[in-house]
Design a protein around this ligand. Sequence first.
Ligand code: B12
Length: 282
Amino acid sequence: MTTASQYLSPRQAARLLGASESSLKRWVDAGDLAIRRTAGGHRRIPATEVVRFARREGLTLQDAGLLGRSPPAAGRRLTANVTRALLDGDGDAVQRLLLSAHLDGMPVAALADGPLRLAMEELGRLWLSDPEGVAREHHATLLAMRAAEALRNVLPAPRPGAPTAVGGGPAGDPYLLPSLLASLVLQEAGWRTVDLGPDTPDAALIAAAHRHGATLVWRSYTGELEPTAAAKDLATLCRRMAPCRVVAGGWRAHLLGDLDGIANLERPATMTDLAALARTGA
Ligand code: B12
C-alpha cells in the first residue's frame, strides 16, 4: 500500500486529485507539481506534494486510501504507536503516523500537546533504567523533528501579506522541538514563521524580529533557568519589542511568576492555546 511518506504514479496522483491524467501533466509541465524520476525513468510525485497542491488549489482529495490513511486512531493508540516508533528509531513510521493523523483532521497543535509531548515524556524516563536511554532520547528528538518538518510540507503556505512571527528558545536553552512545534502551529494559523531554534539570546531575537517585520515573537522556556533573571529578561524583551506581541510558553514558563501588567505579553499554556490566540492577528 502506498503511504503518506511515499510516492505516487501520475495515474494515482490524478485519481487522488479527481483530475484527468492530461490535467496532471499540464500542472507538472507548468511547474505547479514537483515530480521525481525513478532510476528506471518513471515519473513519481511525492504524496505530500499532491496534498499541498490540493490545498493550494482548493481541491478535495478523492481517494484518501491512496495515502495509506488509517481510520482515526484513538488518541491513546496513536500515542502508543508514536512512542513505540520513536523507541524503535523508526523515523518513517513516526512520520507516517503523524502525517496520517494530521490528514485525518488532527491539528498540529493537538499532535504536539498529545502524542508528541507524551511520547517524549516517556522517552525522557529511559535514562533512569536503560544505559542506552540518553542515546535513544537524542535519536528520538531528531526523528520527531524530521516528522514535524514533514508536517510543514502539507501546511498551507503563508498567503502573501501574512503577518510574520519569529521565535526560539532563550539563551542556554538547548531544546529543539518546542520552538519548532510553535512555529508549525503558528504557520497552521496563517502566519509566516521564522524559527530561530534553541539557545537564541534576546538581542539576536530582537534583531531578527525587526529585520523580518515581526508582529509576534515567541519564546519557549523548556531548559533549566534561574526564575528571577529569566523573568527580568522577559520583561525587558517585552519592553524592547512593544508594541509587538510577545508569547511565552513552555514547560518551565510558569517558573517566571505572574509578570502582570505587561500589555504585550501573552502566556498560553499549550500549543492548542497558542493556536487559538494566533488566529487573532493572522
Ligand atoms: C529531549 C530531552 C532533552 C534533550 C534535548 C535535545 C534537544 N536538543 O532538543 C537534552 C539531551 C539536551 C536534554 C538535556 C537535559 N535534560 Co532533558 N529532556 C528531554 C525530554 C525527553 C523531551 C523534551 C521535549 O522535546 N519534549 C517535547 C515537547 C514538545 O514537549 P514539552 O517540552 O512538554 O512542550 C509542551 C508544552 O510545554 C508547550 N510548549 C513548549 N514550548 C512552548 C512555547 C510556546 C510559545 C507555547 C505556547 C507552548 C509551548 O507545548 C508543548 C506541547 O504540548 C524531556 C522529557 C519531558 N517530560 O519533557 C526531558 C527533561 C525535560 N529533561 C530533564 C533533564 C533532567 C535534563 C538534564 C538536566 C539532563 C542532564 N543531566 O544533563 C539536561 C538539562 C538541559 C538544560 N540546559 O536544561 C528532565 C527535567 C526534570 C526536572 N524536573 O527538572 C526531563 C523532564 C526528563 C526526566 N523525566 O527526567 N533533555
